[in-house]
Write a new protein. Structure first.
Length: 446
């Protein structure tokens, strides 16, 4: 980083948040993008906006004891990082995965500030979760864990304060148990969580939103460059909520998805993935992706999910987890003729991989912009809950599409305005930052 102030701020972030490498990575990427902004607007430095924005407003950390099916007490850790409420109540998902610790939640919460700002909707940034692993647990164990988790979290959230949602390991089953416990301990039926089932206040199209939104964003980026999804070969990592609905929308838009993965390995089906079967395996049966080949023996299964980036494709959509695509993978994608990469997962590409994409003029949609459709639709769910209404699928989907196209336009315009035409990483960071920073300045040092 050339700017002296930003570089010393980065050093302070590293020193104050020792060992939290994912958080450092997320902050560094944003600060690097902001160099031309602070040169043009030194008031952001003078008024302490940057120092405030890298420090969460509040971190809640708690014990989550629960009893397993054998009668043994298990203890996990729960977190909620309430990062920024400058433009609206804290909003961001909950992640249940053994890799969760404070640094992961801080990185996700920090990213969420700018992503939520990009949606154009009044939502601040937050994130939470636990090192609990729902994989291999019975429904009753998951229920007891969620009830214990929410018994504490309920004290800190509310429909005008902080509205959690799902993320890795938190799908509609977990959301149901969490919402049920919130209602029990507060005696309130409010839109305190999004991603709910339709029966009790959820929004149509929320399940599809992140994957569909990713494709709407990617389509806007492709069309602006004279390309489209039509007849393109597409590789998507993951096989969870984001990946499945990205695959579905890719197909609507004329592309062919040939690969999906989970944390064990990946499947390659040159005829195009049978999505109905994947949904059956992952959503209904909660089994491993390798069982796909027992129905389609002509498809291939490979252990080690990282190998997925060696498959020749035109478009790559990483939709599993952070840092899943490194410099070598980026180089392999490019040498295989890939023209576009858009991130469905949060921070799936390493900084070195992003550098390779930008240097080679690959169309690159960063997570903050490209996967904002989930939280945008969560905000639409909040609107419906507030007015006690339920919109039809087409209404929500049309709003989602418009939001994603605007995110593309605004990120692209910000990149151009600050002399980095085509660099959507910088454009998304700048456009997301400006709105939050201006709100912070107007509200004073609080
Ligand atoms: P799910 O839990 O539904 O699916 C996650 C998928 O990624 C699974 O296939 C999982 O495989 C795989 N995966 C998870 N961790 C790893 C890992 N360490 N290595 C390799 N594969 C892994 O989560 P989502 O689809 O909801 O989330 C995926 C990504 O999208 C995350 O980065 C999340 O933060 C981001 N995101 C999600 C949004 C949403 O609305 N759900 C919104 C915006 C971003 P396995 O089953 O083997 O664990």
């Amino acid at each position: 980083m050339k700017n002296e102030y930003l570089s010393s701020l980065m050093q302070r972030v590293i020193q104050r948040n020792q060992g939290e490498k994912e958080f450092h990575q997320a902050v560094r990427e944003v600060l690097e993008s902001l160099e031309p902004v602070v040169e043009k607007h030194p008031e952001y430095i003078k008024k302490g906006v940057l120092e405030c924005i890298v420090e969460p407003e509040r971190i809640i950390k708690f014990r989550v004891p629960w009893v397993d099916d054998n009668g043994n007490v298990q203890v996990n850790r729960g977190f909620r990082v309430q990062f920024s409420s400058s433009i609206g109540p804290y909003k961001g998902g909950l992640r249940f995965h053994p890799s969760v610790y404070e640094g992961i939640i801080k990185f996700l919460g920090f990213e969420q500030i700018f992503k939520n700002s990009l949606t154009g909707l009044p939502i601040g940034g937050g994130k939470g979760g636990s090192d609990f692993d729902p994989k291999g647990k019975s429904d009753m164990e998951v229920m007891r864990f969620c009830q214990s988790f929410m018994s504490e979290l309920a004290k800190h959230i509310g429909s005008y304060t902080d509205i959690p949602a799902g993320d890795i390991g938190v799908g509609s089953r977990e959301i149901g148990y969490l919402f049920g416990q919130y209602k029990r301990v507060t005696n309130k039926f409010t839109g305190v969580i999004t991603g709910k089932s339709i029966e009790y206040g959820g929004s149509l199209a929320r399940r599809e939103a992140t994957g569909f939104g990713l494709c709407y964003f990617t389509d806007a980026m492709l069309r602006d460059n004279g390309e489209s999804f039509r007849n393109k070969t597409v590789v998507i990592s993951g096989s969870g909520n984001v990946a499945i609905y990205a695959a579905k929308k890719t197909r609507h838009l004329g592309g062919k998805v040939v690969a999906l993965s989970d944390s064990d390995g990946y499947i390659y089906d040159k005829n195009g993935i049978d999505l109905k079967l994947v949904k059956q395996i992952k959503e209904a049966e909660r089994k491993r992706i390798k069982t796909y080949i027992s129905v389609h023996p002509d498809a291939e299964y490979h252990e080690n999910c990282k190998g997925i980036w060696q498959i020749k494709c035109d478009i790559a959509l990483p939709c599993a987890t952070e840092n899943e695509l490194d410099k070598n993978d980026a180089e392999t994608l490019i040498s295989n003729g890939c023209i576009a990469v858009a991130e469905g997962a949060n921070m799936p590409s390493t900084p070195e991989a992003i550098q390779v994409f930008l240097e080679n003029n690959i169309l690159f949609g960063p997570a903050k912009a490209a996967n904002a459709g989930g939280v945008a639709t969560s905000a639409l769910e909040m609107s419906q809950n507030s007015i006690r209404d339920a919109w039809d699928f087409e209404t929500v989907d049309a709003k989602l599409k418009e939001i994603m196209e605007n995110i593309y336009k605004n990120s692209s315009a910000a990149a151009e305005e600050y002399g980095m035409k085509g660099n959507l990483v910088a454009g998304a960071n700048i456009a997301g930052f400006l709105k939050v920073a201006n709100a912070m300045m107007e509200q004073g040092v609080v």
